[in-house]
Design a protein. Sequence first.
Length: 399
Amino acid sequence: MSQVQKIPNREIVDIARRYGMKAALFASASGIAAGVVPGLSDFLVRDARAQAKAKYRLRFGASVITPANELHLRTGVYDFAKLVEEKTDGEVSIQIIDKAQSCAETTCGERVINSVIDIGSSSPQNLGSVLPYSIALDWPFLWRDRTDYLNFLYSKDSNRLYRDVMKKAYGIVPLYGSGEMRNVMMGMKYSGKPEIVSPAGLQGAKIRITNSEMISNFAQSMKMNPIPLAWTELLEGLKSGVVDAAETWPGAATGFGMYSVLSQDVAVEFSPGFELVFISARVFDKFPDKIKLAFLEASYEVQKSTYEGVAIAQNEVIGNGKNPSPESSYVKSKIKHSRLTTAQRAEFAAIGSVDANPQIYSATRKKLDQIAGLDVYGAMKEVEGKIAGKPLQPVKWWV
C-alpha cells in the first residue's frame, strides 16, 4: 500500500497563496503538489466547476468514517459523493463531514430527520434507537451471507419491505449498504484457548452489544451476558475485562483498532453488519427527476463496487479472507479466525434463530409489524428463500 508523501510546509503555504486554502488542504491530505502530479489541477478544475454550477449544496454526515478506517470498512462514502457530483455535472455539491465531526453512529439518523445534515451513514443497529424499523434486515440467521442481504437491497422487494417503510415512518430514503456479517469477537481472556466452534464455547461470556434489542436477544439465546457499551468505550472495556467479547463485523473491528485486544473471531455470521447511507426525504423529493436518478444510479454502482472492495479488504487489510496477506491485521495480531463449517453454523442457528426463540423475539416482531403493517420477519424470510445462495445480482430497484 503506497503511503501519502508529506509536502513541505513552504509548498503548502505557496499552494494556499496561489490557489486557496481548500486546495492546500487537499494537496496536504493527498500528498500532491501543483506541477508534480496532475491530481491537484484536476481537483481545482472539479472544485471550480462545483462552486460555479452547484445548485444543491448538501452536508453528508459520514459518522465515524475516516480515510484510514475506510480501507477496512469500504463503505464507499467518499466515492459516492464524488460520483453524484460527476453524474450531476456539478449541480450537486456534497460536503462530507467525517471523523464524527457532525454526528456519531447513534445520532446521524436523528440529525438527518431534523435537517441538521442532509445525508447520513450508520449501521442499522445503531440507527435503531432513533429509527426502530432500521433493524428490519437484522434478524439473526435470516441471511446466509452478505451477498444475500445485499441482493435484498438490490431487489424490488426492498421497496415494499424496507425503503418505503423507512421513508413513510421517518422521512428518510435508504440509498445503499456496504459491509459484512456480524461475528462474535473474543477478547484476550480466550487467548491460548481452542477455537470456539459451538455455542457451548460462548456460554457465560460477557459480550458487548450495540444498544439493540435484536442483538441482545441473540446474546441471550447463546446464553451470553449482553452488556450495552458505547463503541468508544469498547477498546478499554476489552482491555480491563469489563467485557469478554464483542459482536461486530471484521472490518469494523480492525478499522477501529480492536485487533490489539482480540484473540479470536468466531465467524458465526449471525446478522448483517453494514453501513447504511441514507438521505432526507424532504431533500430528495425536491430534486428534479434527473438529480434523483443520479443519486439512485450512484447508489446502485457504489453498492456493487464496495461489495468487490470488501472482498479485497478481507484479504489485503483485515485478514479474514481466503488468502489473507501477511500484512493484514488478523495475521499480524495472530487473531484466530474460527471459520465454521456449514454444520457448525447450523448448530448455532438451531439455538439462536428467531424461529427457535419465538418468545424472545415476540416483542420485536410486534413492534416492527405495527410500523410496516405486515409480518415483517415472515415476509423477509420469504424473500430470502428466493435469493438464498445466488451470486450478487444488481437490479435497479426503482425501475
